[in-house]
Design a protein around this ligand. Sequence first.
Ligand code: ADA
Length: 570
Amino acid sequence: MQNAYPHFPTRNVQLLDGIWDFAFLGKDGDPREVNIDSIEFRERAPVPGCFDTLPLYAGVRGTAAYRTRLTTPVGKAGRLVFYGLGMWTRIFVDGCLIAETAMPYSKIDVDVPPAETSERTLILLCDNRFDKDRVPLQEQFFDFYAYGGIFRSVEWQDLPACRIERAEVTVVDPAAGSVRVAVRLSGAVPKQIDLSVRFDSAPVQEFCAQTVLENTVELALQVPNPQMWSPQHPHLHILHICSADDAISERFGLRTITTTEHAVCINGSPLKLLGYCRHEAHPQYGPALPLQQLVADLEYLRDLGCNFIRGSHYPQDPRFLDLCDEMGFVVFEESLGWGQKPAHFTNPIFKEAQVRQTEAMVRKSFNHPCVCFWGFLNEGASNTPESRDIYARLASCIRALDSSRLVTYATMHPFDDMNLDLVDVVSANTYPGWYASNRETVAPVDEVIPRLEAIAASLQERGLAGKPLLITEIGAGAIYGWRDPLQAHWSEEYQARFLEHVCCEVKYNDTIAGVALWQFCDCRTYASAMALGRPRGFNNKGTLDEYRRPKLAYEAVRNIFQEGENPASR
Ligand code: ADA
């Protein structure tokens, strides 16, 4: 069984998901000191799964050990693919440490040397404690709960000597079906290679003795019977490439993404982006969401009339992106970040980690037509001079890997941001009518239109008017079931009235390219006194609650987003 794209049809791929052996090793010890031979695995735990959502370890921070056994061919190298791990992980195969990683939510490949026996043991030490040096990307002050464990699937692949790692497809002319393909190779890579190429079920084309430069073969190809991808018609093509040793199937879409002064265009046509920010979160699973939940969330989003999802605030599950490709959603994918300050921007460990994760995200999602925006550093202190270096580095490392998508980041400083010259689209987070600028205002909803107008005017004054303005967060909290005739803050009525007002303004204001409302569903957040502004310990600005029960605002948003032409309803 193959997980998300790309697929490797000739490799022996084993999905390692299931019930693993488990032990919780304590809250205090140093995970680097653990002797893995002495661990007594007395419990069982699901993979994927967050151990700290299980009743026994709910809310606990410390080191957990997971173990499984697998059978691999004797003498053959292989690869473990982790589609998304928790905060900090050490990975052992047959008792040897083979990797240590602190890139929460990132897809990680770990190559494993051959062994003389076929029975092998995989142990993961997963630590979910905050530690700025060890896990520079995730901190306690973030407004979403940091879970521990194995968030997404784990896979084993037997590896051939010369492997086809990826075939990255860049669209040159979508209507004509012309594409450039970079075939990335690794392992025992020859100077020249024979490749056979097939699109969908079209005849195979042979490309003999292709020159390999820097482990890459560049091909200019023509897709037979090209059909474009768009939210209305999310047509997908599959590219199969084979060499003597290996084969890969990559799925992609033929589309371009460009901008005009006020709009984002797909295949040259402006598309008003209407949607939500979404956390991968559920009270029972944390971010280890079952497929059923991914599909259910997308069905709700489609029913709401959305065509746009901001994957806040980390690299997205590849299975979710596969579904977005298929259902025609436009996605804003960003690396992990939340409110970082100058102290972060001047810390080389933080900067390196940020660049590494952002590059890994771009490589992972390169062929998803749904992904149209690359983002980073949500709500960082981008109004400080210290921010310049890392913002510029991230924008340029993204463009060096992929020049076909829009680069942006969600700013909470639309009036004095210092880095907006770097982006293709200005993405502003703003909370008029919720975190009201004047706490005595009786009708805080009235702050919405003046604030949006002031942001647009300020961009104009600063010579940024040529870049489309996207509202990447705006919202109001409501406690599910809390009804109040006075429509006070936290009531479902206030949220419904607020979102109705916002949606009308954004949908019909031609100077705004779109909106990602904050947020799709409630999600668990601070466990400390920082939860004082977060009743129940949840961020309650969801239009659905954490169990996906729609609040009053659901109908209000749906009525407006669905009005007139609705790109997501087919
Ligand atoms: C910020 C942040 C979100 C969330 C939101 C809120 O904009 O990016 O993650 O914390 O504020 O609810 O206040």
